[in-house]
Design a protein. Structure first.
Lengths: 112, 115
């Protein structure tokens, strides 16, 4: 069954603006990961945050995790048209990082 | 370069035929690989865990006789959709965990269309 619920389901912004996507989950997790998927393609791993971490940065990406609220957010700053894609959060169960349960995803459209 | 190679990227087949999808780990050996299915505008759903040298572990609701998984070597897992029907049309993606199970690498996916 699906674990994560992203919102919004779709987000449309202009280049240069920031994009924020949220993810909520239901059960305890070991880690939470964000992935990007271009239309009809495979997934690209963006960032992983462990359950004992609250915030993580990678380039223009900023991820937060609030385990008390069972939620995470992904912020993409200074967005570019090339950021147009679907973004999924995925929670890792047990002690591993690769057995993943995916959320429904947010479709981001960045217009030039 | 790519860590995981999935082939074919796109296949169209007739109802009743079988289709084989390959997932190859290019950079490291993998005793475990994962197969996911994704319907249009939906998320990825884990179908099964492919185990090298033993039977695959299927998620609830996934028919093991319909989705045959073979993990014959440490670098190759295959998913065969048997007696395909139009409702099997979907995007199938494999993933391979690294040795320390700290990251999963995904194939480019296979778009299956059953007509």
């Amino acid at each position: 069954s699906q674990q994560g619920e992203e919102d919004p389901q779709a987000l449309s912004i202009q280049e240069g603006e920031n994009a924020t996507m949220n993810c909520s989950y239901k059960t305890s997790i070991n880690n939470l990961q964000w992935y990007r998927q271009n239309s009809g393609r495979g997934l690209v791993h963006l960032i992983l945050i462990r359950s004992n971490e609250r915030e993580k940065h990678s380039g223009r990406l900023r991820v937060t995790l609030d385990t008390s609220k069972k939620s995470s957010s992904l912020l993409i700053t200074a967005s570019r048209a090339a950021d147009t894609a679907s973004y999924f959060c995925a929670t890792g169960m047990n002690s591993g990082y690769s057995t993943l349960t995916f959320g429904k995803g947010t479709m981001l459209l960045v217009s030039p | 370069g790519a860590v995981v190679s999935q082939h074919p990227s796109r296949v169209i087949c007739k109802s009743g035929t079988s289709v084989k999808i390959e997932c190859r780990s290019l950079d490291f050996q993998a005793t475990t690989m994962f197969w996911y299915r994704q319907f249009p505008k939906q998320s990825l759903m884990l179908m099964a865990t492919s185990n090298e040298g033993s039977k695959a572990t299927y998620e609830q609701g996934v028919e093991k006789d319909k989705f045959l998984i073979n993990h014959a070597s440490l670098t190759l897992s295959t998913l065969t959709v048997t007696s395909a029907h139009p409702e099997d049309s979907s995007f199938y993606i494999c993933s391979v965990p690294n040795r320390r199970d700290t990251e999963a690498f995904f194939g480019q996916g296979t778009r299956l269309t059953v007509v």
